[in-house]
Ligand binder design. Structure first.
Ligand SMILES: Cc1ncc(COP(=O)(O)O)c(C=O)c1O
Length: 387
């Protein structure tokens, strides 16, 4: 649908079928100009560039994100180079010498899982991991686990990274858990700019994490958290950006925090990602492309892909291996759970045929993007695969 805007990445990868876009999308050509604009602005503004970024670029990107999440609270958006930093900032708001109970799932990305596994080594920390499968009963079991455990923190993904399965009704789920006393964090990385997302009803209740590296196409280094207004925890892991604007005033040793999203900020980061991300959003604006349009395009590609796969009649890779509850509530990649080391072997075989996928354990993932067309899908080499 937007293929003409990706000529640089497409020609650098001529002949490649790129199905790893759930990990990182190709960047549209316009982001190259954005990188150069970042350099030029750095040269033009030198010491004043931070004022320029904070007066122009940061608010512009905050507005886009607040619109995309339908919160109308741009000031509640804070940036960081990765989501791990933001999530750790919230984690260090808890007194880690006191009992801490976290209810989460067994299907969270490593940034979270590794971090809480490490915390779990502390005697006072308890992690309750609700299995994502069976998907049909996940939401009920998750709500039950929250009611039974009375956690301090609830953390879950809107779209699971290891299956692509999406929470069917995020607002409905949040409605069932929002009366808990817990801090609620939603990892929206596989949903943001893939599925239409609306967190307006719970904008003052949840922390919503996502970033630019995947579907938003802004590349690495431009992650964000939409923070609930007036939830002013005191992160132990804090940087001077959290008090930006106060630096020239006389300071006692008391650590104060900004009142809006930058309450949860760290410190100096590379803002070239902000430039790239703004360029992508401006492009979508010019092309009048909505997230719903992108989502429909990807759903169409997924159907065409599955149709071609079923015509191949492959015993080792077919729809019976597909992890999904309903493709109507699914992220932008298809994950197949395969026997033994088949995922790794197929990944390597496909790569040798210029078909780029990735796998997590025994799950092979195929992602789809706005720069794909149905005519690009060609799985015929799988006929020769020696299973
Ligand atoms: C669900 C999910 N969350 C977060 C991330 C990225 O984490 P970080 O920003 O800490 O690198 C990924 C990356 O692949 C992911 O799949």
């Amino acid at each position: 649908m937007l293929k003409k805007h990706y000529q640089k990445f497409l020609s650098a990868n001529n002949g490649v079928q790129h199905y790893a876009c759930h990990s990182h999308h190709y960047w549209p050509d316009i982001t190259r100009d954005a990188m150069i604009a970042y350099w030029d602005d750095s040269a033009a503004y030198v010491d004043e560039k931070w004022d320029f970024f904070f007066q122009e670029k940061v608010p512009a990107l905050q507005r886009h994100i607040a619109n995309l999440l339908n919160t109308q609270q741009p000031e509640q958006v804070v940036f960081a180079p990765n989501t791990h930093e933001l999530l750790f900032r919230v984690l260090t708001s808890f007194d880690l010498s006191e009992p801490l109970k976290i209810v989460t799932t067994d299907s969270e990305f490593h940034s979270f899982t590794r971090q809480v596994n490490r915390l779990d080594e502390l005697n006072n920390v308890e992690i309750v991991r609700v299995q994502a499968q069976p998907f049909a009963t996940f939401e009920t079991r998750f709500v039950e686990a929250i009611k039974a455990n009375n956690p301090d923190l609830i953390f879950f993904s809107q779209v699971f990274f290891n299956s692509g399965v999406a929470i069917g009704d995020l607002t409905g789920l949040l409605g069932q858990i929002s009366d808990s006393d817990a801090v609620i964090m939603v990892d929206g990385y596989h949903a943001f700019t893939a599925l239409p997302v609306d967190i307006s009803d719970f904008r003052s209740r949840i922390f919503y994490l996502a970033g630019g590296y995947k579907y938003a196409q802004g590349g690495e280094g431009v992650c964000f958290m939409h923070c609930p207004k007036n939830v002013l925890l005191r992160p132990l892991y804090t940087g001077w950006y959290a008090e930006f604007g106060e630096l020239q005033k006389f300071k006692s040793r008391k650590v104060d925090y900004s009142k809006a999203g930058f309450h949860y900020a760290g410190s100096t980061m590379d803002y070239s990602g902000v430039y790239r991300q703004l360029a992508v959003f401006d492009l979508w604006g010019r092309e009048k492309v909505s997230i719903t349009d992108v989502h429909h395009h990807v759903q169409y590609l997924q159907k065409a892909f599955l149709q071609q796969l079923s015509e191949l009649k492959l015993p080792f890779l077919n729809e019976s291996h597909l992890l999904t509850l309903s493709l109507d509530h699914h992220g932008h990649f298809l994950a197949f759970e395969l026997e033994g080391d088949m995922a790794a072997r197929l990944h390597d075989y496909l790569k040798s045929h210029k078909i780029v996928t990735d796998y997590r354990g025994n799950r092979l993932r195929f992602g789809f993007a706005p720069y794909h067309e149905v005519a690009d899908i060609d799985l015929n080499c799988l006929r020769q695969f020696d299973a």
